[in-house]
Design a protein around this ligand. Structure first.
Ligand SMILES: [Zn+2]
Ligand SMILES: [Zn+2]
Length: 207
């Protein structure tokens, strides 16, 4: 990738991406894998099937519509337009979580899943306790999932060099709160302060 540079915009905005050449409409400027990602908690609770690492859907649009509508005989047009290969679906040998491919399974285990592998039906497992608390605080429409934070902490913990992993994460941190209204995570408001402390304590039990 070329044709851009990253530099500090100003102290308020932090880093910015600046074009160093003319781009045409439709050009790909930048593509990169996320450090970690995860589904929204309520999405997962309603059994939206997605790869636990890359979020590719593990059901066809037709299966998705049938599940959500509870109408097993709905037929969608153009079903051959679906591109994800469902034949490579695999799962973690220990906890059974689903992946779209062996590659996602291996990357996930190497990056963060080793310390987060647990049997999901154990309702009293610290991850489940945290997740349930989060869901009760944070009803849809969801803007974030605390599991992102848990995965970041797991990434640091199981890294061969935790300090450099933490440094990688810290380069994304500029400000905790963005005053530009909608982008502020609801939990960062003053009225949610006690909930933040609860979530912090629960997260400490996970990692
Ligand atoms: Zn995947
Ligand atoms: Zn597992």
């Amino acid at each position: 990738m070329e044709g851009f540079e990253i530099r500090i915009s100003n102290t308020k905005k932090g880093k910015g991406l600046y074009a160093t050449k003319q781009f045409n409409e439709g050009d790909v400027i930048l593509a990169e894998d996320p450090l970690v990602s995860c589904q929204f908690a309520w999405n997962a609770a309603y059994r939206y099937l997605a790869c636990d690492h890359c979020m590719r859907p593990l059901e066809t649009p037709e299966q998705n519509v049938r599940r959500l509508s509870a109408k097993p005989d709905i037929v969608l047009p153009h079903s051959n337009c679906f591109e994800t290969d469902l034949l490579n679906i695999t799962s973690c040998n220990q906890c059974g979580i689903l992946y779209c491919s062996e590659e996602c399974k291996e990357i996930s285990y190497a990056k963060y899943h080793r310390v987060l592998c647990y049997i999901q039906s154990e309702t009293q497992h610290p991850v489940n306790v945290l997740l349930e608390t989060w869901k009760q605080i944070h009803y849809p429409p969801e803007t974030a999932n605390i599991m992102l934070l848990v995965r970041i902490l797991a990434f640091i913990q199981q890294h061969s060099d935790p300090e450099s992993a933490a440094a990688t994460i810290k380069q994304f941190c500029h400000r905790t709160v963005n005053e530009d209204a909608e982008l502020v995570h609801k939990l960062l408001g003053d009225e949610f302060r006690s909930q933040i402390n609860t979530l912090r304590e629960m997260t400490a039990h996970v990692i």
